[in-house]
Design a protein around this ligand. Structure first.
Ligand code: ZN
Length: 256
C-alpha cells in the first residue's frame, strides 16, 4: 500500500532528542500550523536531514502520517533559509526560544492560520538583521500573536470617554484597556503611563497589516516599556511562567 505524502513549508521551533540519534521536531508550518515530525537519524552529522531539520531552520518538508501515530514522518527535507545570526548571539537565540514556547502555548494543532508563521519569520528577520531592538521584537511578537489567537485588547480609545488622540494614556497592565489623562481620577497602581509613541506602536502591532507593522521604529526607552507591558498581558492571559522567558532575562542581566 502506498503512503500519501504532503509537502509543507515551515520553521523548526523545537526539537527533542529521542532514542539514539532520532528526534522529534516541532514545525510551525504554513499549511498545517504547528505539527510534530519524527526524524530518524537526524542527530547524526552525516544524516541527509541534519541541516534542514535543525532548530530555527526554515525548510520544505515532505511528510506522511501512518495510521497508527499522531506523529508525522519525514520523507524529504530541503533548507530554504537559515537564520545564521541566531547561533552567534545568545540573546537573539533566547528570544527565538521564548517565541517558540509562546507559539506552542497558544496555537491549536492543525490550525491553518498562516499569519503566525509570517509573523514569526518577519520578527526573526527584524531581530537577526538588527533592524529592531530585541525588546521591540519581543513586544511586537507578544502583541500580534495574542491578537491573532483571539486575545486582542481594545486600544482604540479611552475606556471612559472614547478619546483616540492624547499625549498620555494610562494602560491597565492586565487587561490592556486605556484611560486618558483627563478621565483618570486618581493614581491606580495597576495602570502604567503610556506615552504617545508607545500607544502608537501598540496600535500598529494590534491593527496594522503585517507588512506595515514593521515600518516604524521607537527608541530604547519605549521599546523596553512596550516589552514590559506586553509581557504582563501574555503572562496574565496564557500561563504565569515561561522557562524560556526566565532564560532570556538571565542572558540580558548578564549583558548589562
Ligand atoms: Zn478619557
Amino acid at each position: 500500500m502506498s503512503v500519501q505524502t504532503q509537502t509543507i513549508t515551515g520553521i523548526v521551533i523545537k526539537e527533542i532528542k529521542t532514542k539514539e540519534s532520532d528526534k522529534i521536531i516541532t514545525v510551525l508550518s504554513k499549511e498545517l500550523g504547528v505539527i510534530n515530525i519524527y526524524v530518524k537519524g537526524a542527530m547524526r552529522l552525516k544524516n541527509r536531514f541534519h541541516s534542514a531539520t535543525g532548530l530555527f531552520t526554515y525548510s520544505e518538508f515532505v511528510i506522511f502520517r501512518s495510521r497508527s501515530s499522531d506523529l508525522y514522518q519525514l520523507n524529504e527535507a530541503s533548507v530554504k533559509h537559515i537564520f545564521h545570526a541566531l547561533s552567534a548571539n545568545v540573546e537573539y537565540l533566547a528570544l527565538a526560544m521564548y517565541m517558540s514556547e509562546l507559539v506552542c502555548e497558544v496555537s491549536v494543532p492543525n490550525d491553518m492560520n498562516n499569519e503566525i508563521l509570517r509573523l514569526y519569520l518577519n520578527i526573526l528577520h527584524m531581530l537577526t538583521t538588527g533592524k529592531w531592538q530585541v525588546s521591540l521584537c519581543k513586544a511586537a511578537f507578544e502583541m500580534r500573536l495574542m491578537c491573532d489567537t483571539g486575545f486582542r485588547p481594545d486600544l482604540l480609545g479611552c475606556k471612559t470617554c472614547g478619546e483616540y488622540e492624547k499625549d498620555i494614556f494610562f494602560i491597565d497592565v492586565v487587561n490592556s484597556d486605556i484611560v486618558c489623562c483627563d478621565c483618570i481620577k486618581s493614581y491606580q497602581a495597576d495602570r502604567m503611563i503610556l506615552e504617545k509613541p508607545a500607544a502608537l506602536a501598540m496600535r500598529y502591532f494590534a491593527y496594522a497589516d503585517l507588512e506595515k507593522m514593521f515600518s516604524f521604529t521607537v527608541n530604547d526607552f519605549f521599546a523596553n516599556h512596550l516589552s514590559m507591558v506586553r509581557e504582563a498581558y501574555v503572562l496574565r492571559h496564557t500561563k504565569p511562567e515561561y522557562k524560556t522567558l526566565q532564560f532570556l532575562k538571565s542572558v540580558q542581566s548578564q549583558e548589562m
